[in-house]
Ligand binder design. Structure first.
Ligand code: SF4
Ligand code: SF4
Length: 67
């Protein structure tokens, strides 16, 4: 089932601030350098943009993908 999950689309903009990781209510972002998402956790929260909104540099985007 496809769902929206975060991708580090612009890694050159990432300041490694960990705001995305700290913002995720499910602790689905497990690493920021390199960036890793536990998609099975993230999938439990559909239409969530919390991490992307926490990212002030625009490095992180929510993309449609597969679980
Ligand atoms: S989209 Fe929501 S659940 Fe998924 S990693 Fe971001 S904050 Fe966590
Ligand atoms: S919030 Fe944005 S800049 Fe900060 S670690 Fe996450 S992706 Fe990188």
């Amino acid at each position: 089932m496809p769902f929206n999950y975060p991708k580090l689309k612009h890694p050159q903009n990432c300041s490694k601030c960990a705001a995305c990781m700290n913002a995720c209510p499910l602790h689905a972002i497990t690493k920021i350098d390199p960036f890793e998402v536990d998609t099975s956790k993230c999938a439990k929260r559909k239409e969530c943009f919390t991490c992307a909104m926490a990212c002030k540099t625009g490095a992180l985007v929510i993309e449609l993908g597969n679980s």
